[in-house]
Design a protein around this ligand. Structure first.
Ligand code: NAD
Length: 367
């Protein structure tokens, strides 16, 4: 079979995969729209928002027409748009399933923000809908598309640290608006765990390529704080990976903004701090050869995601982070909540293959 080329040239605007962005909040406005402008294989072809006026403003700024702006009620009209091949869902978590299912029914490929759903059953329904419709589904795990996280993975998997022993990650931030959808169980599915703690969980799974065999968790939900009537304020978890590798994850909506990752092997360790922002990630690897702080070229995480999914659509490849990758995080998060509720260790199904839920490796540079 001929080898697929590693590098595909930028395409003319009208040749690029057209995306409809659904939900125009902070992430869409400040990150995704600018990222799509520098993408080589994707472009924004339509925008969908609660109010058509809001979408129209963004459409005009992008050089699109008023006809490219849709209200949520008009979402199904995208079926008539042959130039929209994919839908990027950037809505509160509980709405992912409805919009992903409707997009799949229209034959549109689906890029969905993390967490994929509100629990494993919800997320699996999205996978089933996309499979049934024969469209691709990618979970937007931006940290699996950064050169820094791949370098950390290479250090772990390439043996630089020796036998793996301990893993640790914290991802926390302060959520101070009691009315935020992120604090409503029905909309968010949980508190900091599915919103920011998921980065710790997903990254540990990514860099080891392995799946936890059991979990134990405790959570804190201060009843007197109006922010935490429905969801946890903090969670601390212990996860058992194969071979006795032990991981701790801590997450909070009431602790100073922190995102850190530490991996300890028998012969070396690595630290990524900060580990999860959109830029400015710092990696330090210590081994028998000393301590190295590798430098990386500038890039945009969201552009790399857009380009990866666009290439997958062109080639019919399974994305590196398909829907199944999103479901597996939910399986583990459901187990963490069960453990916090029952005070018991919860065992998980064994997965012996490395990268059991991942697809085609991404190309990490834009050029
Ligand atoms: P947001 O609060 O900015 O809202 C996004 C959109 O949803 C907006 O258009 C908003 O008007 C709409 N919306 C809000 N509440 C709604 C409701 N009850 N019903 C219908 N529409 C509603 O949210 P966001 O921060 O953009 O998050 C959206 C998704 O993106 C979430 O799944 C979140 O986890 C994810 N996200 C990912 C990252 C990342 O780094 N990958 C960063 C931020 C958010």
């Amino acid at each position: 079979m001929p080898q697929k080329p590693d590098i595909t040239p930028p395409e003319a605007q009208d040749q690029r995969v057209g995306f409809a962005l659904v939900g125009i909040g902070k992430l869409t406005a400040e990150e995704l729209i600018p990222a799509a402008r520098t993408s080589e294989h994707a472009r924004v072809a339509a925008l969908v928002s609660g109010e058509a006026d809001h979408a129209r403003g963004f459409a005009r700024a992008l050089g699109l027409t008023d006809g490219d702006a849709y209200a949520y009620e008009q979402f199904d009209e995208l079926a008539n748009r042959d130039d929209v091949q994919a839908v990027y869902i950037v809505l509160p978590n509980s709405l992912h399933r409805e919009y992903a299912t409707r997009a799949a029914r229209m034959g549109k490929h689906v890029l969905c923000e993390k967490p994929l759903g509100v629990n494993a059953e919800d997320a699996q329904a999205i996978v089933d809908a996309c499979k049934g419709a024969g469209v691709l589904l990618m979970t937007a795990y931006r940290c699996q598309y950064t050169p820094e996280h791949w370098a950390a993975r290479d250090a772990v998997r390439g043996g630089t640290l020796g036998e793996l022993r301990l893993l640790h990650s914290i991802h926390a931030q302060v959520e101070d608006d009691p009315e935020a959808w992120r604090l409503k169980r029905d909309l968010a599915g949980g508190g900091p765990l599915p919103d920011v703690g998921i980065y710790s969980l997903n990254t540990l799974r990514f860099i080891t390529g392995q799946e936890p065999e059991w979990v134990f968790a405790t959570q804190h939900q201060p009843a007197e704080d109006p922010r935490f009537r429905e969801v946890e304020a903090s969670m601390s978890a212990l996860l058992g990976f194969p071979g006795g590798v032990s991981a701790t994850i801590q997450t909070s909506y009431a602790a100073h903004s922190t995102g850190t990752l530490r991996v300890m092997g028998e012969k070396g360790s690595l630290l990524m701090d900060p580990a999860f922002p959109y830029d400015g990630l710092k990696l330090s690897v210590s081994s028998e050869d000393g301590t190295h702080e590798p430098a990386f070229p500038e890039y945009d995480q969201f552009t790399l995601e857009f380009d990866h999914f666009a290439r997958c659509i062109r080639r019919g490849d399974t994305p590196w982070t398909p829907g199944e990758e999103g479901v597996q995080d939910h399986v583990i998060m459901d187990a963490l909540y069960e453990s916090a509720r029952t005070g018991q260790v919860v065992r998980l199904p064994a997965h012996t293959n490395r990268d059991a839920f991942r697809g085609t490796k991404p190309q990490l540079s834009q050029k």
